[in-house]
Design a protein around this ligand. Structure first.
Ligand code: ATP
Ligand code: MG
Length: 337
């Protein structure tokens, strides 16, 4: 199935760049939105500290990793040392507390894969999910945010890819397609492998940041302000990168043998990770290694039906960017069943 087509990109690609950049601009949230989020977080923190004076709230996910589009949900992690209560009990108690604080639609989902309390803030209308002690997510949020500060093309590419994935309904993990987190990792990996590289591999550099979370040591170089010029030798425009990204996933990625790894900044083999066959529900049909939880394949949600859908969408996107007369519109046309 791999067609190693060495195809040249269309001659008017550069002319499309400003249109893609305007779409990117329209997706970036306004500054007021950030301020509202922080205010909301502060009010939650006050409420939580009434019951647990030492507990802390951390933002994670797209509201903190800089890859959040306008009106994204807010992901919050409650960091708490309460050895007397189980995680479920903490969530149930938290839900009561939130209800007493007049938050709306408070629901404790104690049996979800990642147990959370969901709620809506009546003041801002923001929806929010709160999990307990999921600190690895807080650390991978920082890693993504740090990568985003190195070269602005990551930000632009990831916003456009996320926008495409949402429009085409391939950003739904419960339907067997990929999470936003997985798409951002795919973008980082892609930019690490451009020639010349647009992003470095922070985990392969001397560590300036080290934390140990749930027995996992997380270390990498986080002084990213020193890397602002890293990608300057590569002059590729965002339109060209978007085209190359979809071409890679449509026609060049080796789905049978390869795993993408931002931890290594290279492809690694499925064989080396023992991801060559289905184990339980993990099918490893598209393999994306988590940067810290390295036994964790973010593609594990993908099954034999959804892999076909995903690959057809990558091919559709690549072909539109190659041939369509109005790719900035066609690419994002909503999927209708
Ligand atoms: P969106 O804009 O769609 O809300 P998001 O960046 O919040 O995007 P999600 O996929 O909702 O992305 O994930 C939220 C956060 O949870 C991620 O930033 C990541 O820290 C963590 N996360 C999500 N999925 C996983 C996973 N499978 N393994 C580890 N961490 C994950
Ligand atoms: Mg989110």
């Amino acid at each position: 199935r791999i067609q190693r087509r060495a195809i040249r990109c269309r001659h008017d690609m550069e002319a499309l760049n400003s249109s893609f950049l305007s779409i990117f601009e329209s997706l970036v949230p306004a500054e007021e939105e950030k301020a509202k989020q922080m205010q909301f977080l502060l009010s939650l923190q006050n409420l939580v500290n009434k019951e647990w004076p030492n507990a802390k709230l951390h933002l994670y996910g797209s509201c903190a990793n800089s890859f959040g589009v306008s009106k994204s949900d807010i992901d919050v992690c409650l960091a708490i040392d309460d050895h007397d209560l189980s995680k479920s009990d903490i969530l149930l108690k938290l839900a009561d507390l939130l209800r007493s604080g007049n938050l709306q639609n408070v629901q404790a989902l104690t049996h979800a894969r990642v147990p959370i309390v969901k709620l809506i803030d009546p003041v801002t209308g923001l929806s929010c999910d709160i999990c307990v002690n999921n600190l690895l997510a807080v650390v991978n949020t920082k890693l993504l945010k740090d990568y985003a500060q190195i070269d602005k093309r990551l930000h632009q590419l990831a916003f456009l890819v996320k926008h495409w994935a949402r429009s085409r309904r391939v950003n739904e993990t419960y339907q067997g397609t990929l999470s936003s987190y997985a798409y951002v990792l795919m973008c980082i990996h892609f930019l690490q492998l451009r020639k010349p590289a647009i992003l470095p591999c922070l985990q392969a550099m001397d560590a300036t940041y080290t934390v140990t979370v749930d027995n996992t040591k997380c270390t990498y170089f986080d002084q990213v302000e020193r890397l602002r010029a890293f990608g300057v030798r590569n002059k590729e425009s965002i339109a060209r990168l978007l085209w190359a990204f979809f071409h890679y996933w449509a026609y060049h990625h080796d789905y049978t043998n390869d795993v993408i790894s931002i931890r290594r900044g290279s492809i690694i083999s499925k064989r080396a990770k023992d991801w060559t066959r289905r184990i339980g529900n993990d099918r490893h049909l598209i393999c994306i290694e988590d940067p810290f939880s390295i036994s964790h394949d973010l593609g594990r949600v993908v099954d034999k039906f959804s892999i076909k859908i995903l690959r057809e969408e990558f091919e559709r996107a690549a072909d539109i960017l190659q041939y369509d007369t109005n790719p900035c519109v066609t690419l994002f046309q909503p999927y209708v069943a």
